[in-house]
Each structure stands twice: as structure tokens, then as C-alpha cells.
Write a protein that binds this ligand. Structure first.
Ligand SMILES: [Zn+2]
Length: 129
């Protein structure tokens, strides 16, 4: 049975607050607050599920008895010099402008979306966007 305090959003938020890793029982204490019905075992089971989905990962901890958990962030998109990170407003594709087809007009060049070919990309977006 799923415990009502085992909310994915709350788990991810708590883990994000400590990128170096958080022990299972520490996460349990944060989630549970004064509620004693939530057990570390339940939290661990939920973390194992999230691990299978690739959302969290085990990281080494200072405790010999337990490993810590951290959010598994998606790998950054590599962008080489001369190119920039861009996003398609139409389909949501994002990647390096290196991968985009260039359509040359009479006075300018437009960069197209390699996924949907429906829109031109012109905005440079930051890594965190
Ligand atoms: Zn697109």
C-alpha cells in the first residue's frame, strides 16, 4: 500500500536540496515530519522504484551501513564552439544548432528544426532554460 506522504515531488525536492546525497532515513524524517506511520523501509522501496525509472541514483555516503540517494539529472547537451543550444517552439526539440539544417535566403540564413521541420529556430537558450 502506498503511503500518502510518499509524494514523488516532495522526494525529488528534498533530494535536490542536497545534491551530494541523502541517506534514506534522513529523507524519511524530512517527508514524515511528525507522522510516525511512515517507515524508512517504505521510503527505501519508493526510492528503488524511482531508481528503476532512472529518476534517482545511489551515491556513496559517509555511513558504512547505508548508501545515499541523489536526483539523477539528465546529461547536459554538448554544444561545441560556434554553435548554441536551441529549442523548437513547435515540437519542443532541443539540442545544439549544429544538428539543425540551415536554409539560406537571399540576405540571411535560417536555422530549421531537425525534428519537425515546422519552424525556424533563432533563439539561443541558456543551459538552465
Ligand atoms: Zn520542431
Amino acid at each position: 500500500m502506498r503511503h500518502p506522504l510518499l509524494k514523488e515531488l516532495a522526494i525529488m525536492e528534498a533530494l535536490r536540496s542536497r545534491p551530494s546525497g541523502m541517506l534514506t532515513y534522513v529523507l524519511r524524517n524530512i517527508l514524515a515530519g511528525a507522522d510516525r506511520s511512515l517507515t524508512t523501509r517504505q521510503v527505501h522501496a519508493k526510492l528503488r522504484l524511482l531508481e528503476c525509472e532512472g529518476r534517482v541514483q545511489k551515491v556513496p555516503s559517509c555511513s558504512a551501513r547505508d548508501h545515499a540517494w541523489a536526483v539523477k539529472e539528465p546529461a547536459p547537451i554538448p554544444v561545441r564552439d560556434r554553435y548554441y543550444l536551441t529549442r523548437c517552439e513547435h515540437c519542443g526539440w532541443r539540442g545544439s544548432s549544429e544538428q539543425c539544417p540551415v536554409y539560406r535566403g537571399w540576405d540571411d540564413a535560417d536555422v530549421g528544426c531537425p525534428a519537425c521541420h515546422q519552424s525556424f529556430l533563432c533563439d539561443e537558450i541558456g543551459e538552465g532554460a
